[in-house]
Design a protein around this ligand. Structure first.
Ligand code: CA
Length: 220
């Protein structure tokens, strides 16, 4: 999952980025509204975390511009605890949810999972193709009754595939979902992760479509 963090406060930004990376999100961080819009126009994100008080363009302007492009990316607005009016304005302006500053990181992560779940059209907490069941809250996967823990990147890769069983993702599409800006991507990183996932889940769990990419089968 790739997240755009839009936050001008350095301490909050560093802390949130750190927590999101630990939770296996690929994170890009921009510090003003103008950069946010440029970035959203050039890269696809699974979710945007948007502070409202920002230099150059404020969060409301950014939100308005995103929605006027008919971009349906989920947006979580970050607002001050006492700013009821901002929360209402944010939600009415097309935000999907909000978090209150100062926020508990566990709550931020839970709200992100909830928003991503709704975006995926599922109301249940787990992702599944009928064979594999992945729990985004614990990073555990169950296959044939056996539950395994996944590393952050194994989780990111499998999550990207399980969101749309049957859809083929190329190497670069997978890399985009796993690595944020400034993170070095080793040339065979995707193959390496697929290999270790197959060791845990069985060789049929992830299929290679030669020259195109990888998929998890869509079970009936
Ligand atoms: Ca701010």
């Amino acid at each position: 999952m790739r997240v755009l963090l839009v936050e001008d406060d350095r301490m909050i930004g560093e802390a949130v980025r750190h927590v999101l990376k630990d939770a296996a999100y690929a994170v890009d961080w921009v510090r003003d509204g103008q950069d946010a819009l440029l970035t959203i126009g050039s890269q696809s994100y699974d979710v945007v975390l948007l502070d409202l008080g920002l230099p150059k363009k404020d969060g409301f302007e950014v939100l308005r511009a995103i929605r006027s492009r008919h971009d349906q990316v989920p947006v979580l607005v970050i607002t001050a605890r006492d700013a009821l009016e901002d929360r209402v304005r944010g939600l009415d302006g097309g935000a999907d949810d909000y978090v209150l500053k100062p926020f508990a990181m566990a709550e931020l992560l839970a709200r992100m999972r909830a928003v991503l779940r709704r975006k995926g059209g599922s109301s249940g907490p787990v992702l599944s193709n009928g064979v594999l069941t992945l729990d985004p809250a614990t990073h555990e996967v169950t296959a044939a009754g056996v539950t395994s823990s996944l590393s952050g990147r194994e989780f990111s890769l499998l999550q990207a595939l399980l969101i749309r069983p049957g859809a083929i993702l190329s190497r670069s599409e997978l890399e985009e979902r796993i690595y944020g800006w400034g993170e070095e991507v080793e040339s065979n990183a995707v193959e390496f992760l697929i290999h270790s996932l197959r060791k845990k889940l069985g060789s049929e769990a992830i299929k290679n479509v030669r020259g195109v990419g990888w998929m998890v089968p869509k079970e009936q």
